[in-house]
Ligand binder design. Structure first.
Ligand code: SAM
Length: 221
């Protein structure tokens, strides 16, 4: 998969893509992350990528032209998903991450300031929000999208079983609580059921714990 991120702040994206699982996935050629500086497509000598809003109001608006030219230069195959990060988008979910993991080419556009000139919408296939709050830019949302899609790709997470057992993999289910050594940590004991080797009992306990937590924390699911 080739994951293209369009941003005016490549430096905000790069370090995360070099670390941990994403870095390893890149090194193993499981994932190609292409970070593109929108400023390289600015038409004027000051590399301007924003201007004042028509109709007045505070803040600046990102220009449509550098984004059009940047996307054209990427020469994405037809039907590629082009995502606009936006607080007004469709909520990002694990099921959408799974859906996007089947794609070969994805582009994510990071907005800044008040957002981007609305006339980029003909280029956009998906407008995605990572939650009902406003961030200063689309770089964190782009990384959230990239990270959650990447871990769905075969070989990125060491054991495929880890992904399958996770929260939201299959609908609204939660993962179960996890414990590791020591069995007694400052008087806090690991539940007895996990120590007796009875796999059926362990599976039943984990299912019950996960279901109880989901009901308690997210009763609307
Ligand atoms: N004026 C916009 C509004 O009120 O909806 C907010 C613009 S925000 C300051 C700048 C950029 O950050 C957005 O264009 C978008 O790319 C990104 N952004 C901010 N919050 C986001 C969220 N919750 N999900 C996805 N992208 C977000």
């Amino acid at each position: 998969m080739r994951f293209n991120i369009l941003t005016i702040f490549p430096a905000a994206i790069e370090p995360y893509c070099q670390a941990s699982l994403l870095g390893k996935a890149r090194a193993k050629n499981l994932l190609d992350i292409n970070i593109v500086n929108i400023r390289d497509y600015a038409a004027d000598k000051h590399r301007k990528t924003d201007d004042e809003p028509f109709g007045g109001g505070p803040g600046m608006v990102m220009l449509a032209q550098p984004i059009y030219d940047c996307l054209a230069d990427l020469r994405l195959p037809p039907q590629s998903r082009v995502i606009l990060t936006s607080p007004q988008g469709r909520p990002w979910t694990q099921s959408l991450a799974k859906e996007l993991a089947a794609e070969q080419n994805i582009a994510v556009i990071c907005g800044r300031y008040e957002g981007i000139d609305e006339r980029i919408m003909p280029l956009v296939t998906d407008e995605i929000s990572i939650g009902d709050y406003v961030l200063t830019g689309g770089e964190l949302p782009a990384l959230v999208i990239l990270d959650s899609v990447a871990r769905m790709l075969p070989g990125v997470v060491g054991k495929e079983e880890s992904v399958i057992n996770e929260s939201f993999y299959d609908g609204a289910a939660f993962d179960h609580p996890h414990y590791t050594r020591p069995a007694d940590f400052r008087g806090l004991k690991v539940p007895e059921v996990l120590l007796n080797g009875d796999h059926q009992a362990i599976a039943g306990w984990r299912r019950q714990q996960a279901a109880e937590k989901r009901k308690r924390v997210r009763p609307e699911l």
